[in-house]
Design a binder for this molecule. Structure first.
Ligand code: UDX
Length: 439
């Protein structure tokens, strides 16, 4: 099929490359000329395992091309995915300016039937607005369909998530639209959930809100565990083996971050409010998540007392492993708070140092006290404590004898619960996890 993806950000790029890999002819569009020129040369703006190779392979086979012209893309493609950003406005609502703009441009440039598919996470009823916008700006009497096909890709495993999805949600209003999308996804042989457009839009919001709720729930439990000397890992295991609950997304830690959960939760709370429902449960989920970052900070303070002129080693900057994305990363919140208290900070991350440097640059007083290190051991050298902020695999395999020698004080604050407390205590460390019974 000839398809276009408007918006070559994280979702657009992964979706485009994967559809090309399945044998479609894909045009990826972006209004950032520099990004398009880079992509043509094989330079990928994000780190995502396997993406560079997938883009290179499909570009070479001429199944994947990049352009900044929506006009050309709309002319060539029967199915057009909208994957532009929907950032959060000050009032918590999603900013849909990008979606509206793309819908207008599609309408103006349509030369025949087109299926326009929302891929970005959007509030319920956005499909209706896209339809109205196209009708308002269309030049001739041309037929079209609008559909919703939300993405569930996780950063760090996005290609695998695309190729092996738990389900594919398709929100449609016509048989033609349904047949086209079913056909497009046929090679994946996945379970399809076919609904109306509004249900599909809600499935995305409800899924992310539910996953965030699961994380905040276990984080709340972690606080109780600390108080009564229980271990949250054991509690999560015992709960999660109940098939009705499930083991995933029950890892307590320094809270969730990223470009999706915080933004989508804000948007869902605001949408609900607009619809006349006060979604108090989600407000609590959000508050627990904010508190959790302070909770980890408090653990450092409880052990080091005065932070001024102390050195804190921090392992991990990205909001989760296997990505260089630092958006809403708990690590950055904690680093900023430590910096404001006058602590010196030594940090290392396998992929996210550059992006963290750029983000912290705006915070002059904090960045002055941050030393970006070349590896975990350099972080440890002379630090009063070691904080694990992101659970990269390489942090799980440290040489602890060496770590102990390098640290000024053998104190580990495990903000992601990746270590075995018994093993570390045996080696002479003071180990503080999140909900491991010693908070
Ligand atoms: C999420 C959704 O999973 C995906 O379906 C959606 O399309 C986009 O948003 P992503 O943001 O890439 O994906 O990461 P995810 O793996 O879901 O983790 C989100 C955050 O939750 C991370 O900060 C992670 O560290 C945290 N998390 C996750 C926990 O703290 N505990 C857990 O048990 C799971």
């Amino acid at each position: 099929m000839n398809i276009s993806i408007i918006g070559s950000g994280y979702v657009g790029l992964v979706t485009g490359a994967c559809f090309a890999e399945l044998g479609n002819k894909v045009i990826c569009v972006d209004n950032d000329n520099k990004k398009i020129e880079d992509l043509k040369k094989g330079i990928i703006p994000i780190y995502e395992p396997g993406l560079k190779e997938l883009v290179a392979n499909n570009t070479k086979k001429k199944r994947l091309i990049f352009t900044s012209s929506i006009k050309d893309a709309v002319k060539e493609s029967e199915v057009i995915f909208i994957a532009v950003g929907t950032p959060t406005l000050n009032n918590g609502e999603a900013d849909l300016t990008g979606i509206e703009n793309v819908a207008r441009n599609i309408a103006i440039n349509m030369t025949g039937y087109r299926l326009i598919v929302e891929k970005s996470t959007v509030p319920v009823e956005t499909g209706e607005w896209v339809k109205h916008t196209i009708l308002n700006y269309i030049k001739h009497k041309i037929k079209f369909d609008v559909a919703s096909n939300p993405e569930f890709l996780r950063e760090g495993s996005a290609i695998n998530d695309f190729m092996h999805p738990d389900r594919i949600v398709i929100g449609v209003e016509s048989k033609k639209a349904r047949d086209k999308l079913v056909n497009l996804y046929k090679p994946l042989n996945a379970s399809l959930v076919i609904t109306n457009i509004k249900s599909a839009e809600l499935i995305k919001h409800a899924s992310n809100a539910y996953l965030a709720t699961k994380i905040s729930f276990i984080n709340a439990i972690s606080k109780i565990c600390d108080k009564v000397d229980a271990d949250v890992l054991e509690v999560a295991q015992g709960m999660g083996l109940d098939q009705r609950i499930g083991l995933s997304f029950l890892n307590a830690g320094a809270g969730y971050g990223g470009s999706c959960f915080p933004k989508d939760l804000d948007a869902f709370i605001t949408i609900s409010e607009k619809l006349g429902y006060n979604f108090e449960l989600l407000k609590a989920v959000k508050n627990i998540n904010e508190e959790q970052k302070n909770y980890v900070l408090k653990k450092i303070k409880d052990n080091l007392w005065i932070l001024k002129d102390k050195t804190i080693g921090v392992l991990g900057l990205s909001f989760k492993p296997n990505t260089d994305d630092i958006r809403n990363a708990s690590s950055l919140n904690i680093i900023k708070a430590l910096g404001l208290e006058g602590a010196r900070i030594r940090v290392y991350d396998p992929q996210a140092i550059q992006k963290a440097k750029e983000a912290l640059q705006k915070d002059k007083p904090v960045v002055a006290g941050v030393k970006f290190c070349k590896d975990s051991y350099e972080v440890c050298r002379g630090s009063d404590c070691l904080l694990i902020a992101t659970e990269w695999n390489e942090f799980k395999e440290l040489d602890f004898v060496k770590v102990k020698k390098l640290l000024k004080r053998p104190l580990i604050i495990d903000g992601r619960n990746i270590y075995d407390p018994k093993m570390l205590k045996k080696l002479g460390f003071t180990y503080i996890g999140v909900g491991r019974g010693n908070g």
